[in-house]
Design a protein around this ligand. Structure first.
Ligand SMILES: C[S@@+](CC[C@H](N)C(=O)[O-])C[C@H]1O[C@@H](n2cnc3c(N)ncnc32)[C@H](O)[C@@H]1O
Length: 207
């Protein structure tokens, strides 16, 4: 019997929420305390409107369970590596006398900011599985690694092609995926099955 599949379901608290991301964010912030606003910088703009600048980012709202809840956050899990040139430049900084300690520090990489720059998926991307707004693995990976521990439960109420479930499983988290559209559920379950067949390989990553 197959287990750990995405099931068809409709997540609804009280009727359909409509009115775009900002309205959903405003409604959600009324229910739970605000923690942070993270920006996904998609790197490439998309021509959705002609009466303003071309949109190039999406908002990711982080909320707390309660006012005094202390959310888990692992900054070290999502450090960004410096390239070799940067490391060599920083090593020349005369303020740091202990070069070995300085190198060890630089090799850990820098802390990521709350602007996550991850290019959105192109049609030709190897990651593309058939969902029109599929999220890049690199984006969801950073969210899961920074905000959950192994064996935590990751819930995605709008699962689509299952990117969240895929990454949660890859990193040893439990997960729950909810999605209304049968076509996307099939895609998600196929991606999960492929992952289980190739546990040792990277997740269909580009480059
Ligand atoms: C932005 S997409 C998610 C994309 C996903 N993160 C991925 O990487 O493939 C949102 C998904 O939510 C689903 N959806 C919309 N309303 C829903 C509801 N009320 N309950 C469950 N799923 C819903 C849509 O069918 C759509 O696939």
């Amino acid at each position: 019997m197959q287990t750990r599949r995405i099931f068809r379901c409709c997540w609804k608290k009280a009727g359909t929420i409509s009115g775009g991301t900002t309205r959903i964010i405003s409604l959600a912030s009324k229910e739970l305390p605000f923690h942070d606003m993270i920006i996904w910088d998609r790197a490439v703009g998309y021509n959705e409107r002609y009466d303003s600048f071309t949109p190039c980012y999406e908002m990711i709202l982080a909320l707390r369970k309660s006012d005094d809840a202390k959310p888990y956050f692992n900054k070290d899990a999502v450090r960004l590596p410096y390239n070799d040139d940067k490391i060599q430049t920083y090593l020349r900084d005369k303020r740091y006398k202990d070069k070995a300690a300085r190198l060890a520090h630089l090799e850990k990489g820098k802390y990521a900011t709350n602007i996550l720059r991850v290019p959105s998926l192109k049609g030709s991307s190897k990651e593309k599985a058939g969902h029109p707004s599929q999220k890049p693995i690199k984006l969801i990976e950073q969210l899961i690694l920074s905000s959950s521990r192994p064996n935590d439960i990751v819930l995605d109420l709008f699962s689509g092609s299952g990117t969240t479930a895929l990454l949660a499983e890859q990193f040893g988290r439990k997960w729950i995926g909810i999605e209304t559209d049968k076509e996307y559920i099939d895609i998600a379950n196929a991606r999960l099955e492929a992952l289980r067949q190739r546990q040792d390989s990277p997740l269909f990553k580009d480059a």
